[in-house]
Design a protein around this ligand. Structure first.
Ligand code: MN
Length: 213
């Protein structure tokens, strides 16, 4: 992912709003990107504006050093830099699925690692879904590596980011209701299944290789 710093530009979706249909609907994508992500991006810039010493800091640096930031902006940075960072992983972690019904399966190094750690892809999916259903309130569920390069399923609340806790992100699902309520209503399980149909396995593979290199 390209590193950027202040002023942060609104992340450009790498596909059209309707490209993930029928799994993720057009209106949800449009609102989620143009309103929710835009609000986090604008707010992050306005919080950073009076702090020129932070204008060369990347999202990663901000999120890895929250406790070194001026006290009065820590919460805003945590929520808004996190909001930008997490949504970029979420949006870039999906892509149109031309097969519609068949779910993509990671191969290469990440695929092998998942098979070693979770036995097989279906087991991984079942475990990930189980954890995603248990997330209470708003947050994200992630596939990450820990400092030793081991895979882990990790939940973060609100807009907290795994890098603030020393984990390296591979893939994430946004479990805030704004990510699915218009189409799936309260059926989070159906949303999770649909998300699995549009995951971007190349993006996940790339992230995994960065995490372990
Ligand atoms: Mn969201």
């Amino acid at each position: 992912m390209k590193k950027q710093c202040y002023p942060f530009k609104l992340f450009k979706l790498p596909y059209a709003y309707d490209a993930l249909e029928p799994h993720i609907d057009t209106l949800t994508m449009e609102l989620h990107h143009d309103r929710h992500l835009k609000a986090f991006t604008d707010k992050l810039n306005s919080v950073l504006a009076p702090f020129p010493e932070l204008h060369s800091w990347t999202l990663e640096r901000l999120l890895c050093n929250i406790n070194n930031l001026p006290v009065k902006i820590r919460t805003d940075i945590r929520n808004n830099a996190g909001g930008v960072y997490n949504h970029i992983y979420y949006f870039a972690g999906m892509k149109p699925n031309p097969n519609k019904s068949e779910s993509p399966v990671p191969d290469d190094e990440l695929g092998c690692k998942i098979n070693r750690h979770f036995e097989n892809w279906d087991n991984f999916k079942a475990k990930f879904k189980e954890y995603a259903l248990e997330v209470f309130g708003s947050g994200y569920l992630w596939l990450v590596t820990d400092r030793r390069g081991h895979l882990k399923i990790l939940c973060t609340a609100n807009q907290d980011s795994p890098i603030s806790r020393g984990f390296c992100p591979i893939l994430t699902i946004d479990l805030w209701e704004h990510a699915y309520y218009l189409k799936h209503y309260n059926e989070r399980a159906a949303y999770i299944d649909d998300w699995f149909s549009v995951i971007n396995t190349e993006f996940a593979e790339e992230n995994y290789c960065c995490c372990i290199s």
